[in-house]
Each structure stands twice: as C-alpha cells, then as structure tokens.
Design a protein around this ligand. Structure first.
Ligand SMILES: *[C@@H]1O[C@H](CO)[C@@H](O)[C@H](O)[C@H]1NC(C)=O
Ligand SMILES: *[C@@H]1O[C@H](CO)[C@@H](O)[C@H](O)[C@H]1NC(C)=O
Ligand SMILES: *[C@@H]1O[C@H](CO)[C@@H](O)[C@H](O)[C@H]1NC(C)=O
Length: 413
C-alpha cells in the first residue's frame, strides 16, 4: 500500500506539469455525430425576407425535435451546433457575448436546456480572432470570459474558427483558449480549425502532434461546398494526406473533413453512398447541415444504417487506409471490432469508384492485412447480405458502378 502511494506521488510530480497543459478531457471517444448550421444555413440572418432559411431558435429546437422523434438520436446523432452569426454585434457592459435578441429571444441557456431535456448535446461557435469570419464579436482578449459564458450556458461542444489572425497566434491561441475551457470544468468537445488555416491560409505544415494534444477534432481542409466535385476533392485530400494525419487520429482526437451535405439535393444516390461511406471509413465526425425536412427517404435510411454507423463509431477509431487500385478507384481498408481473440480484427473494405464509368475490380484481402488462417465471412453492407466465406488465398471480384462504392465487412471465422 505504502509503496503504491509513494509511486503515485512520484508519478504526480513527474507527470502533472505536462498533463495540465494537455486537453485530456476524456470526450469524443468516438467521432461526434450531429448537425451544424453552417453548410446550408451559413449566415442566415435575413429572416424577414427568407423565413425558410433562418438561423434562429426555432430552427435549432426543430433539429432537436427531429433527432428525438425520427430515429436519428438512436442512431447516434447527438450534437446540435450553432455556427457563426448567432450573436449581437456588441458585447454587453461586462464584456460578455450576447445572443441576437430577435433570433434567439430566450438566450442560449434556454436552448441548451431544451436540447439537454431531449438527451442531446449543444454546440456553439466562436473565432480565435477579435471578430468571427462573418465579423461578429470573436474571442481574442476574452478567452476567460467567453469560456465561462459558454460553460454557464451549458455548451457541450465549441467550434473555434481561425479567420484573420497570424500563424504564430494560431499556434498559441488555440492552446490558451483550450486552457480556459478546461478551467471552467464544464465538459466541452473542442473543435479547432487551426490546421486548416496553417496549411491553406498561411501555407505551412501544421504541427499535428501539438494540435492532437490540445483539440478533440480539427479541420484539415476547405469547407465542403454543396456539390459532388467538392466531396471528391475532400476524399482525394484525405487519400493524399493519409500518412501525415492518420497517426494523430483516434479516440478523443479526430481529423475532421467537414459536414455531410445530405438534404440539399446536391448528390445522387450513388454519390451520397460514397460521401457517407468514406467519412465513416475515416472515423470522421458526422455533422449534417441541412433543413432536416429535406432529407430524402433514401438519405435517411443511409444515415440510420446501423451496420454503417458501427464502422464509423468503432471504438478503436482507426482511420481507413487508402490504396489506389486504378486512377479513379480507391480501396479504403479499416480494421475494427469485433476481434477474434486478441489478434484478428474484423475489416471493412470500401471500394470507391470516382469514375463516371463502372469498373471491374478484383482484390486479394490478404494483401491488405487480413491474416486469420481460419478465413473470413464477407458481408455486403449495402445489400445487407452474406456474400461468401473467403480464405487467405481467395480474392473478391466485383463490378463497382459509376460514382459508387461497394462495401464489404469481413468478420474473422
Ligand atoms: C494479424 O495482423 C494483426 C495486425 O492487423 C497483428 O497484430 C497480428 O499479430 C497478426 N496475426 C498473425 C497471426 O500474424
Ligand atoms: C461460412 O463459414 C461458417 C463458419 O465456418 C459456416 O458455418 C458457414 O456454413 C459457411 N458458409 C458458407 C456458405 O460456406
Ligand atoms: C448507381 O449505382 C447503381 C447500382 O448501385 C447503378 O445501377 C446505376 O447505374 C448508378 N447510377 C448512376 C447515376 O451512376
């Protein structure tokens, strides 16, 4: 007993100074799933002229109702996040942020309480600079006050953008704000846009080791736009950056390819399958952004497909590895649970065809790390059927339709 205590003290002395600087908040152990306003609503403040596209209290509460009533919550959708353009243009006399009085007449605590009553979680937005990207008050010089305000409101998730500041400041500001969030002792998933601004605005290489220590998730690449080429560009970016970013990806620390664009009419069914499947294979956060009433029956079924979600929410959180099979055909391979014993993972294989023509593809699973000598049972996830058993000598051959994906999960026998 005494020995243990002494050891504990030694560990405390050695580890504490380093640990207090890290985020280590125990949150987002699987990638957050939910809804965020930006992709579709953007800065929708002109509510008199566009009542159907208005960022206000009604909208946020209605998303909570939809999650609660329409099966999204059971499928894992949890966070409801207000992005930019939620506040008044001026802070109050105590330096606090003030929600837009017309669009959020009952304030943010009211919204948080409503969302929490539904068993869901509430997210908000700020920017690391003096103003937000859309020129509302930002958090620079107010980290402590803002962190406490968000905590007091019951915010569970904070997205922090990185417009309008220098590279040096990005590299310290996100850490400092994270410390202030931690001081409030309110659990908040910390979503940082930090590496995106380093790489694409300041043209430098992000220090992912540092970022992963201080943020629960972070944006790597451009905002998704509401069309298929944007989705393809995101997929290609994650393929190209796999070696650089995958080591920092896992429980509590996620690379974030930005929102899912369902419910906007931007994608056909095959493209929708590709978009969602690749995100789940990456173990990416899944954030919808749309008028929830415009989600099609096809999209809803896809979003709530539990075999798919099990892949994306797998507790191991391993980012699928891409293999270029042909110029426009990429195989993504992801090991996940359940395991047979402690050595043999299950695997999902997503064969993604970005070409406008179908391709006949053959793969030998053994080439991609599957190694159980007892073989595997192969499930076709979209067909929702057992396909066949394979040994380590077998190959799988399949026609992948244009702009579509074939998804197999292999369970060790
Ligand atoms: C099978 O591969 C996994 C890694 O995916 C490895 O940990 C395990 O040791 C391998 N098992 C055998 C028997 O080679
Ligand atoms: C697949 O393997 C399982 C386990 O060995 C066996 O029960 C099943 O019959 C096999 N299915 C086929 C179609 O061979
Ligand atoms: C979509 O995929 C289906 C099969 O999954 C295929 O028959 C169809 O041609 C594809 N549609 C388009 C528009 O590419």
């Amino acid at each position: 007993m005494l020995r243990l205590h002494v050891l504990d003290i030694v560990f405390l002395v050695i580890l504490l100074p380093e640990n207090v600087k890290l985020l280590k908040n125990g949150l987002a152990l699987t990638p957050p799933m939910g809804w965020m306003s930006w992709g579709y609503y953007m800065c929708a403040v002109n509510c008199d002229n566009y009542p159907d596209k208005c960022l206000n209290e009604n909208l946020i509460l209605s998303v909570a109702d939809t999650f609660y009533h329409d099966g999204y919550q059971e499928a894992g959708f949890e966070y409801i996040i207000i992005d930019d353009c939620w506040s008044e243009k001026e802070r109050d006399e105590n330096g606090k942020l003030v929600p837009d009085k017309k669009r959020f007449p009952n304030g943010m605590k009211y919204i948080a309480d409503y969302i929490h009553t539904r068993g869901l979680k509430f997210g908000m937005y700020t920017n690391i600079a003096e103003i937000t990207c859309m020129k509302y008050p930002g958090s620079q010089y107010f980290f402590d006050i803002d962190a406490q305000t968000f905590a007091d409101w019951g915010v569970d998730y904070l997205k922090v953008d990185g417009c309008f500041v220098k590279e040096d400041y990005l590299n310290t500001g996100y850490i400092d704000l994270g410390q202030e969030l931690k001081k409030t002792a309110k659990d908040m998933v910390y979503s940082c846009s930090w590496p995106y601004y380093i790489q694409f605005i300041h043209k430098k290489m992000p220090d992912y080791q540092k970022i992963a220590k201080h943020c629960n998730m972070w944006r790597n690449y451009h905002d998704v736009q509401l069309h298929w080429p944007a989705v393809k560009a995101i997929i290609n970016h994650y393929k190209n950056e796999y070696d650089r970013i995958s080591p920092y990806h896992g429980p509590g620390q996620w690379n974030d390819p930005d929102m899912i664009i369902f419910g906007t009419g931007a994608l056909n069914e095959n493209q929708s399958r590709v978009h969602y499947t690749v995100y789940l294979m990456l173990s990416a956060p899944i954030l919808l952004s749309c008028d929830m009433n415009k989600i099609t029956t096809f999209e809803k079924k896809l979003l709530q497909n539990l075999d798919l979600i099990a892949i994306g929410q797998d507790p191991l959180g391993i980012m699928a590895k891409p293999y270029q099979l042909e110029q426009l055909v990429i195989l993504w391979v992801k090991p996940h649970l359940p395991m047979k014993g402690d050595r043999f993972h299950s695997f999902s294989f997503a064969i993604v065809n970005l070409d406008t023509e179908q391709h006949l593809i053959s793969i030998y699973p053994v080439v991609y790390g599957v190694n159980s000598t007892d073989g595997y049972s192969v499930m076709d996830v979209f067909a929702n059927t057992f396909r066949k058993n394979v040994t380590l000598k077998d190959y799988i051959q399949v026609v992948v339709p244009a702009e579509d994906v074939i998804l197999y999960t292999l369970f060790p026998l």
